[in-house]
Design a protein around this ligand. Structure first.
Ligand code: ZN
Length: 165
């Protein structure tokens, strides 16, 4: 059993912790508490603005913020980033000492501080190769304009079917 992301890149789950033997997403009640907390938080984070965009634009310009593409860190102190700013987070995490905060609630503040200080990934920073989403877990969606949109929509549908309250 491998690891998969659901809805957003970043957080990864043991397949056996989120899928039944039949490959269906497990009922939230059937998940172990840690997984349940993360999946529930994930649902809230999907569709929320990228933190880096928000630091740049603020609440008064929420329309200018991109929507979350990836989530890192711990639930409730997570870092949410869009496609544009994910390399900045990954660069900070790997090259600027961010990984020292791994598992700590301070990770979010530390990244925000670095970013506000002008911290950015170099132009040519390749970032991470995303080989994380199990394509079989994502329902097919047709009639959308871009692959990214289709994926986002598929992921939303996927999570909505989890029926979390
Ligand atoms: Zn952003």
């Amino acid at each position: 059993m491998g690891k998969v992301s659901i809805g957003l890149r970043g957080w990864r789950f043991d397949e056996s912790a989120v899928f039944t033997d039949d490959g269906e997403i497990m009922a939230i009640d059937a998940m172990d508490p840690e997984t349940r907390q993360r999946v529930a938080r994930l649902r809230e984070v999907i569709g929320s603005p990228c933190h880096a965009c928000w630091l740049l634009h603020g609440d008064e310009n929420l329309d200018a913020c991109n929507v979350a593409a990836a989530v890192y860190g711990e639930p409730l102190s997570e870092v949410v980033v869009c496609d544009v700013h994910e390399p900045d987070f990954l660069y900070w995490y790997r090259e600027e000492g961010g990984s020292e905060r791994r598992g700590e609630p301070e990770l979010q503040d530390a990244f925000h501080e670095w970013f506000l200080d002008g911290g950015r990934a170099p132009e040519d920073y390749a970032g991470l190769e995303h080989v994380d989403t199990d394509p079989t877990a994502v329902p097919q969606v047709s009639g959308t304009t871009s692959a990214a949109e289709a994926e986002r929509e598929a992921n939303t549908v996927d999570l909505d079917s989890l029926d979390i309250d």
